[in-house]
Design a protein. Structure first.
Length: 74
């Protein structure tokens, strides 16, 4: 009998996991051209994202943007 491992569902607080998913889906990102609106659209389009899109604000998006930038450039 196989053990089922529940799929991880992402929400706005999962900055590191969101960054990892974005890195896989958009490996050639140009941070100089990336707008917060585009970042928002990419996040809510992630297959494992499961949070209310209306709960986000610019501060949350900037935290994700900065974490992703640091992950790619460090």
């Amino acid at each position: 009998m196989a053990i089922m491992i529940p799929e991880e569902r992402l929400n706005w607080e999962d900055t590191f996991a969101i960054v990892q998913s974005l890195s896989r889906s958009h490996p050639q990102v140009d941070f100089e051209e990336l707008s917060l609106a585009t970042l928002y659209n990419w996040i809510v389009a992630l297959a494992d994202f499961d949070d209310d899109p209306s709960l986000v604000n610019d501060e949350i998006l900037l935290q994700i943007f900065n974490a992703w930038y640091e992950e790619v450039n460090i």
